[in-house]
Design a protein around this ligand. Structure first.
Ligand code: 2BA
Length: 135
């Protein structure tokens, strides 16, 4: 997860980058990063400025049912750590409130006390990319 990483995207040398493995049509990884809407623009901007290619998909979190963004980044293994630092450095942790409801005796459910949750920085999955081609 990006939020567990050390170092800064402003440093030139990524720390702890995984060694390159055997190349099977390109040693690629796919970063699937879920970020808050507010952070998606800066993350994409920073990634593309650094030469990464990225795709934003507008998504909705299952718990808060609030819009967020899923960012896909196909990246060579040796640049993986750098990309993760950029994601981390451009995402903030924010406090949100979730209002649970209880079933009412008649009609509509009624709201209970709000629950405070910390959202973000980023939730990141890194997948081995079996194949990457631009056709
Ligand atoms: P949401 O599902 O809307 O969750 C928003 C925040 O609510 C979470 O922040 C977490 O602090 C809290 N939360 C989520 N599920 C909860 C639960 N069952 N009980 C109590 N609190 C809960 P983050 O952990 O930073 O997650 C931000 C967003 O990342 C999530 O939005 C979801 O869209 C995605 N996400 C997080 N973990 C995921 C996972 N394991 N698989 C897929 N998507 C995930």
């Amino acid at each position: 997860m990006a939020r567990q990483m050390t170092g800064s995207a402003s440093s030139n040398e990524p720390q702890g980058a995984a060694p390159s493995g055997p190349s099977g049509g390109g040693d690629y990884q796919l970063i699937l990063g879920i970020v808050q809407d507010e952070d998606a623009g800066p993350v994409i901007e920073a990634l593309t400025s650094d030469g990464f290619r990225a795709t934003r998909i507008n998504t909705v979190g299952g718990f808060l049912r609030k819009g967020n963004a899923t960012i896909l980044v196909g990246v060579e293994r040796e640049r993986l750590h750098r990309a993760l630092l950029i994601v981390r450095d451009n995402c903030e942790t924010r406090t949100e409130y979730f209002v649970p409801t209880a079933p009412g005796e008649v009609g509509e459910p009624y709201p209970l006390d709000p629950i405070q949750v910390q959202v973000g920085g980023a939730t990141v999955f890194v997948l081995d990319c079996e194949r990457f081609e631009r056709l």
